[in-house]
Design a protein around this ligand. Structure first.
Ligand code: MV4
Length: 681
């Protein structure tokens, strides 16, 4: 039996924080590893010691086996927990730990290797008597054989890369005529992505549910399951909502799937925490899909219904202890649902978002678990996974858990980085989800495959509040740290015009400070929209609202309109304000003092990076004459290409970047000296 003292967590973000929480509570010393970009990250602050392992790019830090092993040796860590992602399912890493005499908190190398191959794991699972999707997993990989086998199985079939994951190298083939193209495409995609073009063929299960069983095994041969998780709600193979139990799994089915999962684990000599993924078809039949040889993102829902700390079990198993419970002693209580908060914008086809976290408030009146690695002032960069936090609610019934989760999502504030918070809250309220009827097709069916969700459009009242907050901060005494009510109550009763922009719309808001009200200041506020595209200066519609400020503390405004009192969280930074609204976050800029814009959509000639990324191509040089709309350079950010085009006719006066350079959001890249005789086309 190994005696462990110090555990290094080879990960970052919420999972590193979560693992350290349990490790510390059990009396272990904890060690974080971190990249240069993570110097201020929460997992570094949580650990007893933290080792800098290199630059931001994961290929130079979190994914470098030798750097992790060296870090463990440097501080004398005797065990490594890999978390999920990164090196968690890397057999070479597990091997390297063993070679260095460090305990790898996870299964043995052989199980990791076997489950890393769809073809080999399927062959093994068929032998183990685990139900698998009918298909072909032979070693003859010729086109003729793959096509003939597909025809035997009968379309629709799935062509899958043996080394694949997350839907890469996978093709759904509806008709025999498409087989040959699909096989070639899947093979070449797999060769490129994984350096291995081996394919398997399976009968396609239509609109399945994704049900996975949590298993646990110790080094003495005991294996149990901890019930299922339903992870059907996914978007492009990214899980969004997970729950336990599944609304469609009853005790009988749970027992059957549990036995199958335990058999899978026993057959490969599994040790530690593992997840056996199944597809469940509409008739209630289930089929083995793959086994994940790590602790999963969604493990908290299992913890909440079983009361078991899975990380504690992992550490104890790694130390050689037997499982503390037999299958009969494992009880399931109530229902848990988890929502994943991502830094992504549902209004821009879920594009990952970067920025600095300005405000991070957890819901404090609702009993929910929040696993996160977020701190105010922290940079959310493009280098890492955009998942920021998980919100997990437990209730006696599914409906109770769902209501708590929805409320927690509404009450949670993250300002500075756009997130999918309102999308998550919307799913919680969706009727198909509420009825427990969501399959893997749910998001595409309910929200569209490619369609972007509508962005939060500000209403007049919200813009007036933004203007009022700008106004109040401008009138704030330089010395006082908070907005003193008395300061402006008795002070200048002047009208102020504040010009705002939000989502390309411009609006002028007039604030008239009235007499003091019952609680504090009263302001009569009117607005006039400006139509940017027309030469006529303003819209005739103006509406008056009386807003009474009741309290402002730090980042919270309490106000009253028409006898309704509300509180709103904001973050004000110079000419920009972030508002946390029920239907999403809003960013409003004060452009009262900004230089007037040239009309006709012509830009300034100052081209900046729209987001953090790398320059991949530059097509123009200094001195080149360019026309508005001409491509100047291309950058890659968030795995997507962004074209930077001239926003004005002119001559390039400066290019301040190079191919390969890493650039920051808003960094100036190119300057164009606009033509002076600029008559708009
Ligand atoms: C399938 C399938 C239908 N039939 N296999 C997607 C990811 C990969 N790990 C397995 N996947 C699927 N395999 C057969 N034979 C449907 C999917 C699938 C899916 C599975 C689970 C959760 C969401 C999914 C979304 C699309 C497709």
């Amino acid at each position: 039996m190994a005696t462990l003292k110090k555990i290094l967590v080879a990960n970052r973000g919420e999972i590193a924080v979560r693992i350290m929480r349990t490790a510390k509570s059990l009396g272990y010393d904890t060690v974080a590893v971190f990249s240069e970009a993570d110097a201020d990250a929460q997992h570094v602050k949580t650990a007893d010691e933290a080792v800098l392992i290199g630059p931001a790019a994961v290929g130079e830090s979190y994914l470098v086996i030798s750097k992790i092993i060296d870090a463990a040796k440097a501080v004398g860590a005797d065990a490594i927990h890999p978390g999920y992602g990164f090196l968690s399912e890397n057999a070479d890493f597990a091997n390297a730990c063993e070679d260095a005499g460090i305990v790898f908190i996870g299964p043995g190398v052989d199980a990791i290797k076997l489950m890393g191959s769809k073809r080999e794991s399927k062959i093994a699972m068929i032998k183990a008597g685990v139900p698998c999707v009918p298909g072909y997993e032979g070693d003859d990989q010729s086109d003729e054989v793959l096509i003939a086998e597909s025809k035997k199985i009968g379309c629709p079939v799935m062509v899958k890369a043996s080394a694949g994951g997350g839907g890469r190298g996978m093709r759904l083939v509806a008709d025999e005529s498409e087989l040959s193209d699909a096989i070639r495409a899947a093979r070449s995609e797999a060769e490129n992505a994984f350096g291995n073009g081996v394919l398997i063929i399976e009968k396609a299960i239509i609109q399945p549910r994704h049900i996975e069983i949590q298993v646990f095994a110790d080094t003495l041969g005991n294996v149990v399951h901890l019930g299922e998780r339903d992870c059907s709600i996914q978007r492009r193979h990214q899980k969004v909502i997970e729950e336990s139990p599944s609304p469609v799994v009853d005790e009988t089915l749970r027992g059957e799937m549990g036995v199958a999962a335990v058999n899978a684990a026993k057959f490969c000599g599994y040790v530690g925490a593992g997840t056996v993924e199944f597809l469940l078809d509409s008739s209630g039949k289930f089929y083995f899909l793959e086994m994940n040889t790590r602790l999963q993102v969604e493990h908290p829902v299992t913890e909440m219904v079983t009361g078991i700390d899975l990380v504690e079990w992992q550490i104890n198993v790694a130390a050689g202890e037997p499982l503390p419970l037999t299958q009969d002693e494992i009880r399931f209580q109530g229902h848990a649902i988890e929502a994943r908060l991502y830094a992504e914008d549902p209004a821009q086809n879920f594009m990952p978002q970067t920025g600095i976290v300005l405000r991070w408030n957890l819901p404090n009146e609702i009993e929910v678990r929040v696993d996160h690695g977020v701190g105010e002032g922290q940079m959310v960069s493009a280098f890492y996974d955009p998942m920021l936090a998980k919100i997990i609610a437990h209730g006696e019934t599914r409906d109770k858990a769902r209501r708590k989760l929805a409320a927690a999502l509404r009450k949670l504030t993250l300002l500075g980085v756009t997130t999918n918070k309102t999308f998550l809250a919307d799913i919680c309220q969706n009727q198909v989800f509420a009825q427990g009827k969501a399959t893997t097709a749910f998001i595409a069916e309910q929200y569209g495959e490619d369609l972007s969700l509508n962005e939060a459009t500000p209403d007049q009242e919200e813009l007036k509040i933004a203007a009022l907050l700008f106004y109040l901060s401008r009138h704030q005494q330089a010395q006082s740290k908070s907005l003193e009510l008395t300061g402006w109550r008795s002070g200048s009763s002047v009208n102020a015009n504040i010009k705002l922009t939000c989502h390309d719309d411009q609006i002028v808001i007039t604030i008239n400070a009235m007499e003091a009200g019952v609680f504090g200041g009263r302001f009569e506020i009117s607005s006039a929209a400006i139509n940017v595209d027309s030469t006529e200066s303003s819209d005739p519609v103006t509406l008056n609202t009386v807003i009474e400020v009741i309290d402002i503390e730090e980042s919270k405004l309490t106000y009253m309109v028409d006898n309704v009192r509300r509180t709103l969280v904001f973050s004000l930074h110079g000419d920009r304000i972030y508002l946390d609204l029920l239907n999403g976050n809003l960013i409003v800029d004060d452009i009262t003092n900004a230089p007037p814009q040239v009309t006709g959509g012509v830009g300034s000639g100052q081209l900046v990076a729209p987001m953090e990324g790398a320059i991949t191509d530059i097509f123009k040089a200094e001195g080149d004459v360019v026309k508005k709309g001409q491509l100047i350079l291309v950058m890659e950010a968030m795995k997507m290409e962004h074209q930077i085009k001239a926003d004005v006719d002119g001559i390039i006066s400066k290019i301040s970047t190079d191919v390969g350079a890493q650039v920051k959001t808003k960094q100036l890249l190119v300057e164009i000296e606009p033509d002076t005789d600029n008559d708009d086309e």
